[in-house]
Write a protein that binds this ligand. Structure first.
Ligand SMILES: Cc1cc2nc3c(=O)[nH]c(=O)nc-3n(C[C@H](O)[C@H](O)[C@H](O)COP(=O)(O)O)c2cc1C
Length: 468
């Protein structure tokens, strides 16, 4: 199934699948029974998630198509940690450190996606097994499309996911609502009266997915160099046929084209990461000129909505970016957690070993100044497990005095897709919560059961036949 058995590129989606199949076989589910491209994939992934499972899912047979679909590639912290070779709890720190080691890319002559080339009138995006994910979606959406383009001013390229609505055989609606580099590159091209040459890459390694989400880095650095930092070796790219743009040589499918200047068309609705239908969009249009793909290409879809596949990488990248910002000034910050439950964006938990009052407030301001999407920040002492929602809520319940520990910042810039943001200017009221104990004076003593006592209890229970 993974093809090219002896020659799987470790930087490719296939390389990742091979690693999962070999080292974590229980985390790969193959569905051989034909599935319907309308809704089956989403329902399968959400059912797995409800039962606490987050395996990669390979749909070997999709009715009406002869290409397999892989999804839920990035839904599992254990597998993402394995991509970086670290323990799950060290993931934000390892990610933050690695993505600051920019490694120049390697340009290679051969690309996996050069085996099949479709151009001109033969281009027909309807032939790709693009699933329809939610009943509210305006059309099937390409959800794992990494769009690459060059800054028309500096020539430095970028890569990032942007939702792509299937509108016709060579036409896709695109929303650049996160307003980061791609939005700005398109704005600069349009200002010069030009469309923006761009390539959509489908089917890349999860480290590409992760690295593409980084946003706080110098403008002369290529995102592909950050992804190289995550791989710990130069990222292998190959030139395609549009403006000599370079894309990962091991990708499954690429679509060459342009984001049109001066054209806006209705795009959406789409089932977004917030768990709501999104009707907000920048309404751009991508026109495809050429498709290239592997002879035995796999189609990759991110399961959208509030699934882990859609959100987990955002959680980890935000955790890394916030940690980066906090550690500059507050070395006593221990860790950051952006829980999936809060759409992987809107709430951040920070744990710190507080040495003086006022430090949580500094951490809250730095976080809100770093992460546009985050609107509530809760700071706890380092005896609280920020990866355990129950523990964080216990700290809020027992260490917060509302009149002095909760404060508001009205009118702050927020995510366009946040349903609470003002439809006129996308602002919200942000909130900081200091759930730490007061410094320099006695506070109520926390009850603890020692590790030794816990271990003894476990062995007694096991002997009594209780499965823990
Ligand atoms: C699965 C997924 C889908 C995304 N879809 C969009 C989208 O449709 N539009 C958008 O502007 N950002 C989207 N994002 C966020 C961008 O990919 C992210 O902000 C990225 O860093 C932007 O890259 P850029 O700086 O090259 O624009 C998505 C992120 C993920 C993980």
């Amino acid at each position: 199934m993974l093809g090219r058995a002896d020659n799987v590129d470790n930087q490719s989606l296939r390389g990742f699948l091979r690693m999962v199949e070999t080292n974590y076989p229980d985390e790969l589910v193959r569905i051989r029974e034909p599935v319907n491209p309308r809704f089956d994939m989403t329902a399968l992934v959400f059912e797995l998630e409800r039962s606490g499972k987050n395996p990669v899912v390979l749909l070997e047979s999709v009715a009406g198509y002869d290409m397999p679909v892989v999804t839920n590639v990035a839904a599992n912290r254990r597998l993402l940690a394995a991509c970086l070779g670290v323990d799950v709890r060290d993931l934000p720190t390892a990610f933050r450190e690695r993505c600051q080691k920019y490694i120049p890319c390697e340009l290679v002559a051969e690309a996996a996606w050069n085996e099949v080339v479709i151009e001109g009138n033969d281009v027909d995006l309807n032939k790709l097994p693009i699933p329809l994910q939610f009943s509210v979606d305006g059309a099937p959406y390409i959800t794992a499309g990494q769009i690459s383009a060059r800054d028309p001013v500096s020539g430095v390229d970028t890569t990032g996911f942007h939702r792509l609505m299937l509108k016709g055989k060579n036409r896709l609606g695109v929303s650049l609502h996160s307003r980061r580099r791609m939005f700005e590159f398109h704005r600069r091209a349009e200002e010069r009266g030009k469309s923006l040459p761009a390539v959509i890459t489908i089917g890349t390694h999860p480290l590409h997915y992760m690295g593409s989400m980084v946003y706080a880095y110098p403008p002369n650095v290529r995102k592909f160099e950050i992804i190289g930092g995550l791989f710990g070796e130069p990222y292998r790219l190959a030139r395609c046929g549009i403006e000599d743009l370079e894309v990962p040589a091991g990708a499954e499918i690429i679509i060459e084209g342009e984001i049109l200047a001066g054209v806006r068309e209705p795009e959406g609705p789409f089932g977004e990461f917030t768990g709501y239908a999104s009707y907000r969009s920048t309404q751009n249009v991508f026109v495809a000129h050429r498709i290239r793909m592997c002879g035995d290409a796999m189609y990759h879809a991110v399961t959208s909505g509030m699934s882990k596949d859609h959100i987990l990488v955002s959680c980890i990248t935000r955790e890394g970016e916030i940690l980066n910002a906090l550690r500059r000034n507050l070395p006593n910050v221990r860790n950051v957690h952006v829980p999936h439950t809060t759409c992987g964006a809107f709430v951040a938990f920070i744990s710190m070993k507080k040495t003086a009052d006022g430090e949580p407030q500094m951490a809250i301001m730095a976080t809100l100044g770093t992460e546009l999407y985050t609107k509530y920040v809760i700071v706890v002492d380092d005896d609280v497990d920020i990866f355990d929602l129950n523990d964080v809520m216990w700290a809020v319940a027992t260490r917060v005095r509302a009149e002095k520990d909760i404060f508001f910042i009205p009118g702050a810039k927020a995510a366009i897709l946040d349903p609470t943001s003002d439809p006129e200017n996308f602002t919200v009221t942000k909130m900081g919560v200091d759930a730490t104990r007061p410094a320099g004076r006695d506070f109520a003593e926390r009850l603890v059961i020692s590790d030794e006592q816990r271990a003894r209890a476990r062995s007694i229970l096991e002997a009594a036949g209780v499965k823990l």
